[in-house]
Design a binder for this molecule. Structure first.
Ligand code: NAD
Length: 521
């Protein structure tokens, strides 16, 4: 847990310093089992700085042959790793956490450089990795199953959890390091090897993470293959991974469209999938709310990370009595947003990931207007550094039923709407296909309890008097409906990374059949 506010000193950090500290260079290869990087596809991927459009590095992507080589090592390494006591695996993960602490400043800066989130958020993302390592260390001594009462005399039943195998991790661009750590820190203490296919938009973040972790595994005399990376196209390397019968679990984070494809393929081979997909998160702001708190949460939720969090606030459902005042104050805040270089400590909002994301932003605004929406603030594309990747955070008044409101646009567009009765607010809240994060601002106990009750929010995360965006690692993270139903990170999410076994032990000698069945010749 970060004890102080994240301090940004990254203004003075140059690309050269970041590259040197994290073992990066202008030309790299995209496959690793923990030793030297390799690839023989001759198919190059460019990592682009979304702030300037500058090419940061060229990476030769992994080929199908490279994938097979990586998988062979991963399977071998799993056999060694699963035999180690879990607390010893936890000790290695503790050292991974320490290595991340050492590199926090530089890795956080790289996240800002390659993905575009502001530096305090880049640091926060690395802190999340450290936190999940700490969590996993404790978990390594407490992985446990229950002892159950047997109906048979002198018998005992229990459940054990065993390592699963090689876990495939597919991650999205917007959390280019933390999502991988959420999965791997748990999977490693559970005894699994991991193969990561990162987003093609953030390959450098993946290379840097692998360099940090590989050093720790090597120092501990562990075999290559426990942490593997294959950088390559979703349609080639990604498809190979999800179709691989040697991968019992695929944990995939990304769009609902990607999840539908992966869910079908993994389901088709009866594998296990954790799907962490898109959200359409709303805050209900009651007339009984502390409006100052609601304003701060809505502002961060909608503008933070330039609206590129799965938990970003996309809709505000505001009581009609406070609607005008609240929206006026929100617009005043929007006018003060400093848009620019994410590594500049004065910046509050950086760029979108690429020009495709800007096109999505423009198309969504156009559609909203055509569907009856009224633009209250924003709507413009900006080019402070030449690249057309910056946009104004935008507020649109619109009906919840408008088709554009029903889908996730991964950009800082906030839809606002009014309600009169709390029941109506709940109905509007749940009336979208996605179900990730949600919040209510109210000082009414009844409204708060109703919101988190079975009658209330249908999301995987439901908060009272805090916003939708930004979750702690201690809780299980994930959502319902089109968000995919997966859970990762804290609580008992570790169970997804292990296989459960029920054991019945007869310590009395006599054979008793269950349910009193008699079977004697
Ligand atoms: P995306 O769906 O375009 O890509 C995500 C990952 O899936 C990438 O690594 C991509 O290469 C891979 N992929 C795509 N098609 C594939 C296939 N057929 N086989 C295997 N892999 C394939 O998503 P994105 O644009 O990188 O990220 C933004 C989306 O991610 C948003 O919808 C956001 O809400 C979601 N997201 C969800 C969570 C969550 O926990 N629920 C967290 C972060 C992001």
């Amino acid at each position: 847990m970060a004890t102080k506010a994240q301090k940004s000193s990254a203004k003075t950090v140059s690309k050269a310093q970041i590259f040197r500290a994290l073992g990066l260079s202008a030309r790299m290869k995209g496959a690793s089992t923990g030793g030297a990087w390799f690839a023989d596809s001759k198919d190059f991927l460019e990592s682009v700085n979304p702030t300037t459009g500058e090419v940061l590095a060229r990476i030769e992507q992994a080929s199908a042959k490279d994938y097979d080589k990586v998988m062979k090592e991963a399977k071998k390494a799993f056999l060694v790793w699963r035999s180690m006591p879990a607390p010893r695996r936890g000790e290695v993960v503790r050292q991974v956490g320490e290595a991340l602490r050492q590199k926090k400043e530089m890795l956080g800066a790289l996240v800002s450089l390659e993905m575009g989130k502001i530096h305090t958020e880049g640091l926060g993302e690395v802190q999340e990795m450290i936190d999940i390592c700490d969590f996993a260390v404790g978990l390594s001594r407490t992985l446990s199953g229950p002892t159950l009462q047997s109906e048979r005399p002198k018998h005992r039943m229990m459940e054990q959890w065993h390592p699963l195998g090689v876990v495939g991790v597919i991650s999205a661009f917007n959390f280019p390091v933390a999502v991988w750590a959420w999965n791997t820190a748990l999977a490693w203490v559970c005894g699994d090897a991991c193969l990561w296919k990162p987003s093609s938009k953030t390959p450098l973040c993946a290379i840097a993470c692998q360099n940090i972790v590989a050093e720790v595994f090597k120092r501990n005399g562990l075999p290559e293959g426990l942490s593997c990376v294959t950088i390559g196209r979703g349609s080639t390397i990604g498809e190979k991974l999800v179709n691989d019968h040697d991968v019992p679990l695929i944990s995939a984070t990304g769009s609902t469209r990607m999840g539908q494809r992966i869910g079908a393929v993994v389901g088709g081979r009866l594998g296990r999938a954790i799907l962490e997909l898109g959200g359409n998160n709303a805050i209900i702001i009651s007339d009984k709310a502390d409006l100052t708190g609601a304003l701060a949460s809505a502002f961060f939720g909608a503008v933070g990370t330039a609206g590129q969090r799965c938990t970003s606030t996309r809709r505000l459902i505001i009581h009609e009595k406070v609607y005008d005042t609240f929206v006026k104050k929100l617009i005043a805040n929007y006018k003060r947003v400093n848009i620019g270089d994410p590594l500049d400590p004065k910046t509050l909002m950086g760029p979108l990931i690429d020009e495709g994301a800007v096109a999505d932003y423009e198309n969504a605004i156009k559609a909203a207007k055509e569907q009856g929406g009224k633009l209250l603030y924003g709507g413009k594309v900006l080019k402070p550094f030449g690249a057309a990747t910056f946009v104004q955070p935008t507020i649109i008044e619109i009906d919840n039923k408008a088709p554009i409101v029903q889908s996730e646009t991964f950009a800082p567009i906030l839809y606002v709407m009014k309600y009169r009765k709390f029941d109506q607010a709940l109905k509007l809240h749940n009336d979208v296909p996605q179900g990730l994060s949600s919040a209510v601002y109210t000082d009414s106990v009844n409204e708060g309890e109703a919101f988190i009750s079975f009658l209330g929010s249908d999301c995987g995360i439901a908060n009272i008097n805090i916003g939708t965006s930004g979750a702690e690692i201690g809780g299980a993270f994930g959502g319902e409906k089109e968000t995919g139903g997966g859970r990762e990170s804290g609580s008992d999410s570790w169970k997804m990374y292990m296989r459960r076994q029920t054991n019945t032990i007869n310590w009395g000698g006599e054979v008793h059949l269950a349910q009193g069945v008699e079977f004697k010749a």
